[in-house]
Design a protein around this ligand. Sequence first.
Ligand SMILES: Cc1cc2nc3c(=O)[nH]c(=O)nc-3n(C[C@H](O)[C@H](O)[C@H](O)COP(=O)(O)O)c2cc1C
Length: 393
Amino acid sequence: MLDKKNILIGIGGGIAVYRTAELVRLLIKRGANVRCVMTKSACEFVTPLTFDALTGHETHTQLFDLTREREMGHIQLARWADAIVIAPATANLLTKLAYGIADDLLTTIMQVNETPTLISPAMNHSMWESDATKKNVETLKTKGFKFSGPASGELACGEIGPGRLNEPETIANDLVPLLNPQILDNQHWVINAGPTWERWDAVRILTNRATGTLGVHLAHTASALGASVTLIAGPGTPESASRVQRIGVESAEEMLVHCKTAALNADVFIGTAAISDFRFSKLITEKLKRGDIEQLQIELTANPDIVAHVAKMDGRPAHVIAFAAESSAHIDHAREKLDRKAVDAIFANDVSNMGKENAGGWWITPEQTEQIEPLAKEQLAQKLTRQIMELQK
Ligand SMILES: Cc1cc2nc3c(=O)[nH]c(=O)nc-3n(C[C@H](O)[C@H](O)[C@H](O)COP(=O)(O)O)c2cc1C
């Protein structure tokens, strides 16, 4: 959702500058065109050459550079950008932006800027918690600037507290909604993702190879379009953006409880999780020792069918979408599930998609079956989101 977007990165003079290089790489990897502007202080930490090499464009540092002012001056740079990210934003930059000071290239661009701006502060925790910074952040939020972070944890100075630059992945995720129309505003989508763990004894579990990647991409896509999203995530599900409300669960029974509560009267429920069909009938609290045992009989009990429960409950979401991983007769099996589970659509795919980068399958509703060619999971999530929005028409 950042594909072909023009992103201008404003880089302030903080110790976290080296992590901006990673952010630039990530944005380019996600298809964005990136250009960088560095403050004089930023150039004390990392040379512009780093960002020249990463972006393939000259990094801008000077306001009074006549050639560049003619070619790509501060006004053109501001107009070129679809969005601006300031990372790291120093305490000094926050002050200048709050008061409209324009005494270098970056702050002058910001005076011209009319595009959405994401500010990612990074500084010592005392600086972040100072009255001046608090007031500046308040002013900037009132002016419509969006913030990503800072995170809490160990800071470069060795102290602990709020002030760490957000992870590049989180900054990129927080940028996406600024660049996309909020067409799912006022909707609540609930998505489950990942595998479940069924405990057997103190160390052993029953699980599967699902990663939860597609579920996370669906959560990001829907929330980037303005939906409020609850993600109920099994163990190992990848990190999700801070705008997604995440509930971590372990077993199928735990997942059922949270899905039913979260999905009550929701607009959409998507069941992407690979929920263990069975759990151990008896839980062993100690670690089972092999001893003299040569053969062991294990008794399993069927787990609840979560998507069917959600589709049949009082206060059912307006649309319920199931996923079916099949190893044969994909369409026939999925159609049978569509009826039995009383869902509105089902995405059937092959079990071999589990853990892979790309996946394709069949989008099946009572009226149609559409084949979806293999796509990267981020693109597949966007395609499926569009299919769900079609159901809502
Ligand atoms: C080693 C060192 C590390 C610094 N780290 C930060 C920082 O993380 N955050 C911050 O707000 N200021 C930091 N500063 C202070 C800024 O560099 C200083 O306020 C500077 O004027 C910021 O300029 P700029 O906002 O134009 O980039 C640091 C200074 C030094 C010498």
